[in-house]
Ligand binder design. Structure first.
Ligand code: FAD
Ligand code: UDP
Length: 366
């Protein structure tokens, strides 16, 4: 039986970051497994049959305010700096999303010129709510009912299968409301795509003589065949405990990739469709990867309640169930749960890397 210091389940950002740190900085022997036929987790990209670099599990735009995270990843990839912009298709027109001054002017057919004017305009629209309890409160308390109904309500229902009232405020609070004309989706200091793709970034992250990688390998099939000191688990926490306390709900997606024999399909990397069609958005990631190529591939995202667990669903009942699993997890001294699925938390890539780097610092002193 092979022996390892650490057995890591999942080769996404959480598993691969920790594998790299443990091997390079602490000279530990690690085994990383993934049940998929590739590493990279949900961030995985590849060249499709037409030679277009696409993201298998939906668009992954890297962004962070953390110099530490950016510097760490920069050891494994060059970057292509890219600030992404998104449009929302509402009433047959394209609007800038996040909501900004241009969106407000276009939507209400008015001409506001300054941030102060926008603020006073929105003051008259806002619904006064003392305690913001959910995503509906979050949006209507900032912009009122009209924008909520046209841009947020139906997109959220489609994406999550429940309305914004059923979801934590943090879900819609991800999207800022702006009084200026900045139309970038986010304003993080570092916004970039790995120059040669995420697959190259992950190949480099896991390239170390002390790291062994096994693809197409499920934890339940191999656990009894490996000897190790500590387990790091980045899969679903409810699955680890064989759903003893019930299933944690996740939102899934069906990705429908379509290829076109033209250079670009749309003018923007991402167009959201809050009110029309069964899909939430069409993404043409080529805008972000910067690939020069005469063809293009786009992806439409159709939300599903069953399937691969892509999104933990943030709401009070799910947090309560997760807390029960968390308490079970804390009893296992030699098992560490980290990552979006193991922590049942709607985390971005940089947040996962940041938390994983922090975990390594703790492991180092143990
Ligand atoms: P994952 O990437 O999910 O990796 C977990 C891995 O564990 C998986 O590969 C899985 O196969 C494996 N695994 C699970 N259980 C087992 C088992 N029992 N045995 C073996 N292997 C197992 N973040 C951003 O920062 N920017 C974005 O633009 C962005 N866009 C996104 C778009 C979509 C559609 C989705 C779903 C997510 C997006 N994210 C984005 C979030 C990003 O995907 C996550 O932050 C990141 O993937 C989390 O990394 P992780 O390692 O925790 O989990
Ligand atoms: N959202 C919305 N309309 C939009 C964009 C976002 O209602 O045009 C809401 C929706 O609930 C979504 C959440 O804001 O799930 C977070 O959006 P984000 O773009 O961050 O979603 P992700 O890329 O994580 O799927």
């Amino acid at each position: 039986m092979d022996h390892y210091d650490y057995f890591i389940v999942g080769a996404g950002f959480a598993g691969s970051t920790i594998a790299q740190k443990l091997a390079s900085d602490y000279h530990k022997r690690v085994l990383v497994i993934d049940r998929r036929d590739h590493v990279g987790g949900n961030s995985y990209d590849y060249y499709d049959d037409h030679g277009v670099l696409i993201h298998k599990y939906g668009p992954h735009y890297f962004r962070t305010n953390s110099k530490k995270v950016f510097d760490f990843l920069s050891r494994f990839t060059e970057w292509r700096f890219y600030e992404y912009r998104v449009k929302a298709y509402v009433n047959k027109k394209l609007y800038s999303i996040p909501i900004n001054r241009d969106t407000i002017n276009q939507f209400f057919d008015i001409e506001l010129h300054t941030a102060e004017e926008v603020k006073s305009f929105l003051d008259a629209k806002r619904v006064k709510i003392d305690v913001i309890k959910n995503s509906e409160d979050q949006v209507v308390s900032e912009v009122g009912w009209e924008i909520y109904e046209s841009f947020f309500k139906n997109y959220t229902k489609k994406q999550w299968g429940v309305g914004p009232k059923e979801l934590d405020k943090s879900v819609c609070a991800r999207i800022p409301i702006r009084t200026n004309t900045d139309d970038r989706y986010f304003t993080d200091t570092y916004q970039a795509m790995p120059r040669d793709g995420y697959h190259v970034l992950f190949k480099n992250l896991l390239d170390h003589p002390y790291i062994t990688v096994a693809r197409n390998t499920d934890f339940s099939d191999i656990n009894n065949k490996v000897s190790y000191k500590k387990l790091i688990y980045t899969g679903c926490i409810d699955e680890f405990f064989e759903y003893t306390f019930g299933r944690l709900p996740y939102r899934s997606l069906r990705f429908c990739h379509e290829h076109y024999n033209k250079e670009y399909y749309q003018d923007w990397s991402q167009i959201n469709y809050p009110n029309d069609y069964e899909y939430t958005r069409i993404v043409e990631i080529k805008h972000a990867t910067g690939q020069i190529c005469p063809h293009t591939t786009v992806v439409k995202e159709f939300p599903l309640s069953e399937g691969e667990p892509y999104y933990p669903i943030p709401c009070p009942a799910n947090h309560r169930l997760y807390t029960i699993y968390r308490k079970e997890a804390e009893k296992l001294k030699d098992v560490i749960f980290i990552g979006r699925l193991a922590q049942y938390n709607y985390l971005n890539m940089d947040q996962v890397v940041e938390q994983t780097l922090h975990l390594c610092e703790i492991l180092a002193v143990e």
